[in-house]
Design a protein around this ligand. Sequence first.
Ligand SMILES: Cc1ncc(COP(=O)(O)O)c(C=O)c1O
Length: 348
Amino acid sequence: MELLIPHSRVEFDEVAIEAVRSVLQSGRVATGEKVHRLEVELEARFQRPFACVTSGTAALHLTLLAFGIGPGFRMAVPSFICPSIHYCLEYVGVKPVLYDCGRLGIGVSSESLEAAVTGSDGFIIPHTFGFLTDFDQRLMKGRLCIEDCCQATGAMVDGHVAGTRGQASIQSFYATKMVGSGDGGAVSGSPELIEWVRSRSNHRGHDDLICRYPYSMSDLHAILVHAQLEQLPRNIDLRRRIAERYVSEFSDLPIETPAITSPSVWYRFPIITPVPRDKLIKEARQRGIGFGFGVRTPLHRLLNWDPACFPNAEKAMRNLVSLPIYPGLKETQQEQIVDLIRQVVTHP
Ligand SMILES: Cc1ncc(COP(=O)(O)O)c(C=O)c1O
């Protein structure tokens, strides 16, 4: 069933459509000048060198390889995250040390992170749902820190851009993301890291047996990422306005919402209600509205770790839903979403 109000929706303006047309007409759609220009643009915008690849997962895989991560390395990873993080650890033969998320599934539970990191050689910090995650930088001492910015492209607080504190960070440009180009991703970090990633991400056109990966971004995707980046500040602003409305509309209901002062690009608007999430998602679907899970099943459940050690992820798994929040979401649609939540929460 096609939803009247999907959970996510990406829009391309005429400038983007024209740009794609010009790449198609040039007959050069593989990795080339457009990818190179995008990397230069990303560095100028986010203050660090970038290498573009095919996905956030490819970005993390290459980052782990670049740092020589392999069996025996202990990597602390949030439980409330998509399974592709775990796939990457599997690719390089690493077992995760899991830690709990914070309130509303966002970021980290400081205590849990500290306990996990103490026994680890490195850790991954997520900027979940677009919220900039703060963490004690003392944890980085002698350890590898990778920031996962896949849900937070463009997040900034006090002039600090998400993805500039760890030794590396990863981005996703998947269709539903802040900068959605269908598929795509990027690594950022030191010039040496970026050189290494570039040297291994394209398996074509070489005459040696250095192991390379089929992870190169096409010019067609690069032009779409560029178009979305142009729209990013405006889109963050539009998302924020919807967040303001949700926060205000739900203030008299027994619902946990993020604070509007949170440093966020408002990629998602997570709420915790007294109603079980599956029931709420089903009711919304019946009315043509797409609510999301955030994370369907946290890693600690998939890996059979003790649920008692992950109280925030457990609560999010039972009661968190993610509401539609994207630039093209009309006021009447926002109203429908608010009305539905109000009805379900007041008459469960
Ligand atoms: C937090 C996070 N990390 C990594 C990824 C993986 O990115 P991709 O889907 O581009 O491989 C995602 C995508 O869903 C994500 O949300």
